[in-house]
Write a protein that binds this ligand. Structure first.
Ligand code: GDP
Ligand code: CA
Length: 350
């Protein structure tokens, strides 16, 4: 197929989880600003469709970890070491909760962060949908820097939550020998240290895309699937009824970047989630899970790390346009170079 990417590229839509997606977005926006992305207009607009299946209610607060990670990272409020939560954070609320012996101190509820959750919860309780709330929060974090150039959308306004089934030997607590816990508890409290026997996506099948999501995919010049968790970040976005179909139908090229390098996630827990979903833990495994649009999947092109070049044959036989390039998001320049490679591959695919 010859290249039919619009020139210049004016609108890019990204399907993002938390830390991996946010780091990629920082590099993409840096690349747009510095003019290193081939064929991308200097005033190109980026729309982020973020996973909301990690969301939870805690102490009466509505918490949206992936939306907040993207918002704080791009708005320069993130703690750079941790990769989540606010910089210059203090933890008095958490300490006071533990002093009362209140459970759930496993969730890092920072004092600055609590203000975000309070504002969000207040708006939700006043009847605003999450998409409106996210827009309001973005006025502080994103608009001053990016103006119209960046829009953050939740994948859905509906409540969806990823839960994890784990084995539990305490038969008094769990007579079935199994226990179901919220994904955040699995990740933060258990550090994903025990096998996830299966995942339950509560509410996902009945959810609908949030306002603007379908249009953002249909009207984009390019759609990017960044190196986010393929099961619990991108997988849940694709699980919102209608989104997969719109991705398959859009005239935009769809390009993805592997979150697995040499059989390992770099940070995070993609390995555990792929294993529990029965997917081969490799760059090829994830590429084949998403699949080529020519054979019923959602991608046109797929990038693997240079060290995974052995996977290319299998992937191109499956109908994907592929390239092996450095995929370590070590800094904004290296990540912008990854975005540039993704755009080139998309151009070759269409
Ligand atoms: P989360 O919601 O915070 O888990 O973040 P995401 O779902 O957006 O991304 C997490 C995934 O990003 C991890 O499981 C890793 O597989 C992947 N990842 C993290 N850092 C890198 C990197 O430098 N390069 C690549 N290719 N993938 C990365
Ligand atoms: Ca997440």
């Amino acid at each position: 197929m010859s290249s039919t990417l619009p020139s210049p590229l004016r609108s890019i839509t990204v399907l993002s989880g938390g830390v991996g997606g946010a780091r990629f977005l920082r590099g993409l926006l840096h690349g747009i600003r510095t003019g290193v992305l081939p064929g991308v207009s200097a005033d190109a607009r980026v729309t982020v469709i973020a996973n909301t299946s990690d969301d939870l209610w805690l102490h009466g607060l509505k918490i949206c970890p992936d939306l907040d990670t993207v918002m704080y990272t791009l708005g320069d409020g993130i703690d750079p070491e941790r990769g989540w939560g606010r910089r210059d954070e203090t933890w008095h609320v958490n300490e006071e909760l533990s002093a009362y012996g209140v459970e759930n101190t496993w969730f890092g509820l920072g004092d600055r962060d609590v203000a975000t959750h309070l504002v969000r919860t207040q708006m939700i309780e006043a009847g605003y949908p999450l998409s409106e709330v996210t827009r309001a929060l973005s006025q502080r974090w994103l608009e001053p820097t990016y103006g119209e150039g960046l829009r953050l959308l939740p994948m859905t306004d509906d409540r969806t939550e990823t839960h994890v089934v784990i084995a539990d030997a305490d038969l008094d607590r769990s007579p079935s020998g199994k226990r179901v816990i919220h994904f955040q508890e699995y990740w933060i409290k258990l550090r994903a240290s025990v096998p996830a026997e299966s995942l339950i996506f509560v509410g996902l099948d009945e959810s609908t895309p949030a306002p603007g999501v379908v249009e953002a995919i249909t009207e984009a010049d390019l759609v990017i699937v960044p190196p986010s968790n393929p099961i619990v970040s991108v997988g849940t976005i694709l699980g919102v009824p209608g989104i997969r179909e719109v991705l398959r139908a859009t005239s935009a090229a769809v390009v993805g970047l592997s979150p697995i390098i040499k059989g390992h996630h770099v940070h995070g827990m993609a390995e555990q989630m792929l294993t529990s979903a029965g997917v081969e833990v490799s760059a090829a495994g994830v590429g084949l899970l998403y699949g080529s649009r020519s054979t019923g999947g959602v991608l046109d092109a797929w990038l693997v790390d240079s060290s995974d070049a052995d996977d290319l044959v299998r992937l191109s036989e499956a109908g994907l346009t592929v390239a092996a390039v450095p995929l370590l998001m070590s800094d904004a320049d290296a990540t912008a170079a990854m975005a540039a490679e993704a755009i080139s591959a998309a151009g070759r695919a269409r």
